[in-house]
Design a protein around this ligand. Structure first.
Ligand code: UD1
Ligand code: CA
Length: 476
């Protein structure tokens, strides 16, 4: 076992005595006890979904990138749902209960009781800031350490920061004086454009001191964490302000409109990242890509496509317009997914195509297979999901329904409108037609009914039409 020595070495480098160059220890506190009364829908606010994940998951990703030594999540309202979520999705996080919830300052005080022996830097993040990214937190922490600050506030700028806390600076020095909540603000303060993102870095000792005795003399009757920052500024501690890299981002989510704004902001940041990596996103404003999507440079994502988290898109692939790729979709080199095609938990082999009006769920599609317009993998029998395998070079005729579990062999063909029944696998190279699908040779035998793959017309009608046509041809 090689893990223990490595762990020891890592711990040693983090616990070095002050004065040497090793970074100080780091704790992260996430405030997630609030009610979110203005956000409609059942359940705690921090578990509300934003672009494919609960808000807390976005916060988990961003804060985990800092590799903190300690992570404390303050829970309260809805904790019967939040705590199990944490246990399942956030290894290493400790939940601390704040009951009742007397405000963000009170929440931070409760968190510090769980960190009573901790010495180092503390990053505090509100749980309702789903747009937060590692690239927001890293510069905040770096600036905080570089300035040897007691507190550093991450701020954004907006023409109208709405309900967010305003940053009040001393005009001559530009230093932060205090943060004023919108509901406590005068018109002059409300007109300020700089707002508190709800993300802070503190020195543990300073935070402990600042939250020890906060007033509740405000509009909400709560202990404000923002007052802790004001307290430190007033008592001569070093308080710094760090501007968020993406000024408009990092709006806390309180209302349904905020949630939409956050999702749009997050979406833009994700698309921008793919563009920077060389992915061709034809219309960034009309493309949704959730977090955790891998797209090879040069792949093309056409407008109005939705790519869910966990998808992988290989080089030279084309997706859309109007395609929906859901979790577990893998497109290998040069695969093409066209309009009104939904793909879920499916691997589409190199060069394979499904260009129109198709559902591929729980399937494996071989290289260069062609999936005709209107193909459906019927993957659900009402109780369970089943898989469909489509071999390399297979040619699935338009309107085919493949009832899973079923395999279509390499190079096999299905006629238009064929319904391939469950477990009636199609051998490699074979052609099946009709409803239920059977080998083309059988369908052609005398008395076997429709002689072609077109399943729809009754045999008699079909026969008549054919012979009529043939007769007509013969006469002309
Ligand atoms: C807070 C800030 C505000 C900032 C904004 C950014 C305060 C007083 N105000 O306002 O300056 O612009 O965030 O989004 O801090 N929470 C608890 N326990 C509580 C109360 C809240 O854990 O008792 C949690 C909530 O779950 C939430 C976060 O703290 O995740 C922020 O609380 P919220 O009530 O949304 O604060 P805002 O009014 O948005
Ligand atoms: Ca908020």
């Amino acid at each position: 076992m090689s893990a223990p020595p490595r762990t020891n070495a890592a711990m040693k480098s983090r616990t070095n005595a002050p004065g040497d160059s090793a970074p100080s220890r780091l704790a992260v506190i996430v405030l997630a006890a609030g009610r979110g009364t203005r956000l409609p829908g059942a359940g705690p606010k921090v578990l509300v979904e934003c672009l494919g994940y609960p808000m807390l998951e976005h916060v988990r990703r961003a804060t985990s990138a800092l590799t903190p030594d300690e992570t404390v999540i303050v829970v309260g309202h809805g904790r019967e749902l939040v705590v199990p979520w944490l246990q399942k999705h956030w290894a290493g996080a400790r939940a601390v209960v704040q009951e009742p919830q007397h405000g963000t300052g009170h929440a931070a005080r409760v968190a510090m009781t769980a960190l009573s022996r901790f010495e180092g830097d503390v990053v505090v993040v509100c749980g309702d800031v789903p747009q937060v990214q590692p690239e927001d937190l890293r510069p905040l922490l770096d600036a905080h350490r570089r300035h040897h600050a007691d507190a550093t506030v991450l701020v954004g700028t907006a023409a109208d920061p709405g309900r967010l806390g305003r940053i009040v600076r001393e005009p001559s020095t530009g230093r932060l004086v205090r943060i004023v909540e919108a509901k406590d603000a005068s018109p002059e303060v409300l007109a300020l454009r700089e707002y508190n993102t709800g993300v802070y870095a503190f020195r543990s000792g300073a935070l402990r001191r600042a939250v020890a005795d906060l007033p509740r003399a405000n509009a909400a009757g709560e202990e404000y964490l923002t007052d802790a920052v004001g307290f430190l500024a007033a008592s001569g501690s070093r308080v710094e302000v760090e501007r968020a890299a993406d000024g408009a981002a990092l709006l806390g989510v309180n209302t349904a409109a905020d949630l939409a704004t956050a999702a749009v902001g997050l979406r833009r940041r994700i698309v921008a990242r793919h563009l920077a990596a060389g992915v061709v996103v034809v219309d960034p404003e009309h493309t949704v890509i959730e977090p955790d999507v891998e797209i090879a440079p040069g792949a093309r994502i056409l407008p109005f496509s939705y790519v869910g988290h966990g998808c992988r898109i290989g080089p030279e692939c084309v997706v859309g317009p109007f395609a929906h790729l859901r979790g577990g979709t893998v497109l290998e080199r040069g695969a093409q997914i066209g309009n009104f095609v939904e793909v879920k938990a499916t691997t589409v082999g190199a060069g394979a195509k499904a260009k129109h009006l198709t559902y591929l769920g729980d399937a494996d599609v071989g290289a260069d297979a062609n999936i005709g317009c209107g193909t459906v993998t019927a993957n659900y029998d009402g109780k369970q999901k089943h898989r469909t395998a489509i071999g390399a070079g297979a040619h699935i005729g338009s309107g085919t329904i493949l009832v899973a579990p079923v395999t279509v062999g390499a190079g096999a063909r299905t006629g238009a409108n064929a319904v391939v029944a469950a477990r009636r696998d199609v051998p490699a190279g074979a052609t099946v037609v009709g409803v239920p699908a059977r080998p083309l040779e059988d369908a052609r035998k005398p008395g076997a009914g429709a002689p072609t793959g077109a399943a729809a017309p009754a045999p008699a009608a079909k026969g008549k039409a054919r012979s009529g046509k043939a007769a007509g041809k013969g006469r002309s």
